[in-house]
Design a protein around this ligand. Sequence first.
Ligand SMILES: Nc1ncnc2c1ncn2[C@@H]1O[C@H](COP(=O)(O)OP(=O)(O)OP(=O)(O)O)[C@@H](O)[C@H]1O
Ligand SMILES: [Mg+2]
Length: 510
Amino acid sequence: MLSQNILEMRHIHKEFPGVTALDNVDFTVRRGEVHVLVGENGAGKSTLMKILSGVYSADSYTGEVVIDGKIQRFRSIKDGEKAGVAVIYQELTLIKYMNVYENIFLGNEIVRNGLIDWDTAYIEARKLMEQVGLPVNPAEKVLNLGIGTQQLIEIAKAIAKKASILVLDEPTSSLTEKEAEHLLELIRAFRRQNITCIFISHKLKEVFQIADRITVLRDGRTAGTYDAADITEDKLISLMVGRELTQRFPPSKRNPADINKNEAALEIRNWTVFNPVTGRVALDNINLSVRKGEILGISGLMGAGRTELCLSLLGVWGKKISGEALLFGKTVSTQNPSEVIGAGIDYLSEDRKGSGLVLIQNVRNNMALPSLYHRLSGGFIRQDEELAQVEQMIKSLRIKTPSVEQLVQNLSGGNQQKVALGKWLLTKPRVLILDEPTRGIDVGAKYEIYTIMQNLAEAGIAIIMISSELPEILGMSDRILVMYEGKITGELSRAEATQEKIIAYAIGEK
Ligand SMILES: Nc1ncnc2c1ncn2[C@@H]1O[C@H](COP(=O)(O)OP(=O)(O)OP(=O)(O)O)[C@@H](O)[C@H]1O
Ligand SMILES: [Mg+2]
């Protein structure tokens, strides 16, 4: 008889140098359920899943992993896969230069008479693509596919391995709304086929859409497991952050009428840019300005051109750029990033890996690098000042790291994002462009980042915030621009903005 619990992780304890990542964690998953794992950045979610999947071998932790009643001691991911565990990671792992079916069957090749049978692989891949609802030719190179599609191919790959426990670690953080919905639908279909899913997410709305049960991790310990139907969002948040969080956004002390009197910090005029690959117009005559002390929100669906706008301003993307960028009335040369940054415009990229963090360097060097020139005297860096500033930033952003010497690659995903933000804040920019600043960040830390943004704006810094999350746009912006297909389609003041109005502009309905 199969037991009701497909998985029991008992008394799991895992240490890294200087960090107790998991402290006596118990985690039980029922057969066929969708079990959501939530918790603050650094709570231990990914680590627990890496133990389950064999990334961390059995001799690197204490405690027991029991699958289908049997104690498992995995030495590698291969062992985990054999026992039916498949993981879809925060960062995708497909090989870009191979095509879809090669990727799906990589390491799991169909062999006939001692040879890899690619014809059958192609046919099987086609069936799998149907199963995950992907109208893509299996012979297509992964390179040509968007992130949402790649995510689904990862899932097809897991199904091909006949996974019975599918782990998805923040699968929707880079997906469009539509792709995310498709993914949730797919997980529901798995549930009907009795495939068990463990799902990690910081998006509480989707947590409640999909969860049968929810387990909260806090500081490496279990803070409880609940039936989704029995717990409210507020209760869940207080379990995650260990305190009541009554407001999601810090109140703004700034008065819109005063902000409107401030001088323009950054102005972009008649900005037109062509896509270097397709040759089509990517940005069509963009005009915008952001004032000193203003938070300007830019909303729009993914692909509307928001990130391209930033990248073209920095001089790292786009062809045949025409138009003008002015900083406090003076033209800025936008040929390359160092000139733009030197002029006082900073950009926090949406892409953590590409955000200029050097993963194999420590927290201190990563944070201190772009602001070095602030601390130079006579050719020397004032080391004490540097250390003090970095430590202050770690404190105010509540970055979870044992010390300033920790390598960035050893931080949890959300804490890496905070380091990226911190390094730009140290440069004391005049204009700060934040592209999806809270992606992958837990609710408590979001509030802290918002507070910092408010403080910066109060100190006169102009902030442009690109965000796909409407509550964030509405909660933080003094003024909102909406983009659709490379154009600005709408402008709304804080007072007049609503979700409905923004969406109408964002889908080109107005
Ligand atoms: N390879 C490592 N070396 C040292 N410390 C690590 C390593 N991997 C994780 N940690 C630490 O273990 C703790 C748990 O990290 P983990 O990645 O499991 O968090 P998480 O809950 O997944 O967070 P997030 O929501 O930010 O992804 C963190 O303090 C992290 O810094
Ligand atoms: Mg994680």
